[in-house]
Write a protein that binds this ligand. Sequence first.
Ligand SMILES: [Zn+2]
Length: 658
Amino acid sequence: MGYDGEAVWQADLRMMRQAGVNLVTVGVFSWAALQPDEHTFTFDWLDRILNLLAANEIFVCLGTGTAAQPAWLSAAYPEVLPVDACGQRRRHGERMNYCPTNPTFRRFAHQLVRRLAARYRDHPALLLWHVSNEYGPLCYCDGCAARFRAWLQARYGSLDEINRRWVTPFWGHIFSAWEQIEPPSQLGDRSMQGLLLDYQRFMSEMNLEGFRQEAAILRELTPNVPVLTNFHGLVKHLDYFAWAPYQDLIAWDSYPKADESPAEVAFRFDLMRGLKGGQSWLLMEQTPSQTQWRAHNPLKRPGEMRLQSYQAIAHGADSVLFFQWRQSRGAAEMHHGAVIGHAGHAQTRVFQEVAGLGAELRSLGCCLLGARTPARVALVFSWPNWWAVEYRPGLSASLDYLDEVMRYYRALWHHQIAIDICAPDSTLDGYDLVIAPLWYMVSEQQGAAIERYVAAGGVFLTTYFSGIVAEDGRAWLGGYPGPLRRTLGIWVEELDPLLPGTSNRIVIDEGAPLAPGTYACDLWCEVVHLEGARALARFGADFYAGGPVITEHRFGQGRAYYVATRPEPALLHRLLGWLLAERGITAPLAAPEGVEVARRCTATQEFVFVLNHHREAQTIGLPEPMSDLLTGQTYAQQLSLAGRGVAILVRSQSAGDA
Ligand SMILES: [Zn+2]
């Protein structure tokens, strides 16, 4: 943005060809440029760009442009602007700055989408539709309040039912008319767990409804063009599992922090693969060099962008795209990394690295496309559970759902095994091991499914503060962990969130399958009674010293484990290592710490990605001769990888024949 003249486009096209670019995203924020006023549309510039791209054999992921409405629209129809949690109507600007339920916003958005689809439906460059961008407006306006009441009416049927589900008699909050229900803004009622939970569900659904309506227009006019939006961050108020069925492909914008562990990045990649049950996904955005919107935005070092791109592919990505192609001359992201910087030419490190990757990906051809990652371990992740567990006031302000999930993911990731991230309602039957950290909100059906899974031979592990509430946020009666109690063979009598800086100890029981020892634990402890389970470890301190902290229950053909605290990472590593070994789940290769191993398979080939996250070279022993898809070289016994180096190993022909 900020460049004049077609000469710049021509230069861009030359350099895109040079870099091996075959797909570009166009028009994401182009609403104001396509519709300069309420009655005028100007598609000629977009026609020209799409024609030039087609002539250069570059496909287009075409944005619907609806992530930021034009200033004239906000000025003429101020009701499209959202009302924030403090009750103030926002002024025009930014992006995602609209009310997600507003009918006027939607009417204009649909008009634009229909015109775009009608105009470009047969354009040879059109490959994908990119609806809006990085969704997520929240709103507390009167329009949203009215829509929320209708949504509640459809969900619960009557006010009596809402009063019952939300336990409104507490503090005397009984509703006697629908109009009395207000969104839980900072000015409103934030003391009612059921109200907050349902407003989060509602906001996720209203954003999704906006997506679905635009997608429906596109699917009507271009039934053969896949439709998607791009997910980003882990947006707490958007339930990606609920969105996934409406995406033809999952698309992810990956912006790891400069010092972030590769395990954190891998978790988000695995989540993207999990959203559609293992289907490969698109890496829709990443910066080629640096971000601009963090407090500090260091460069990606030489080789880092390539390594991160292959890490995405290793975890199921079928594409590598960037934000942005040419660095904007000004405004919000003018310093954000770009393939072409302000210098305007290709003689840069960043361009050379992007072009190098482009050439490599071209040489790989199509062999990896659609390859799956067979996983025997499922990690349960749930947005509604996230909302519920972090409801405040709660028992501990330090409870952090993502952090707890990451502790278990990290421990598994260090064992170099494939992990599927699953919604609690997904079918878990095929997995050898199901891990559900901090599973606070468990429905009757989910509890029953876990019971069947374990009875049939599965191994299940969950942690403290699980099985506490049902889907509506009301506590399970009759003893925690509610619908998981029979499967786990325990009763949790008391919950003891610890003060910051305090801790307890975990003492492994004699005769337990874990090596004897004492480990630290903090954050949370519980008073646990055994009801058929046995203790593998006990608390070492406080009035519940000697009480069970890690339990094992043999149930039917399977086993269920409970961890009644937050153990130090070393113990989690050992506990999960033991469970994996028990089930015979092993890494495809034994690699040193900091070298990641991940696998993708097609019907005929197996690819083992080896990713060296160290700056220094590393040596990896091989169980058999294997060849590297990237270099064509075959390695007999060991592979030496340069710092930030990558190999994609396939079984060598001779080994395969043997
Ligand atoms: Zn609103």
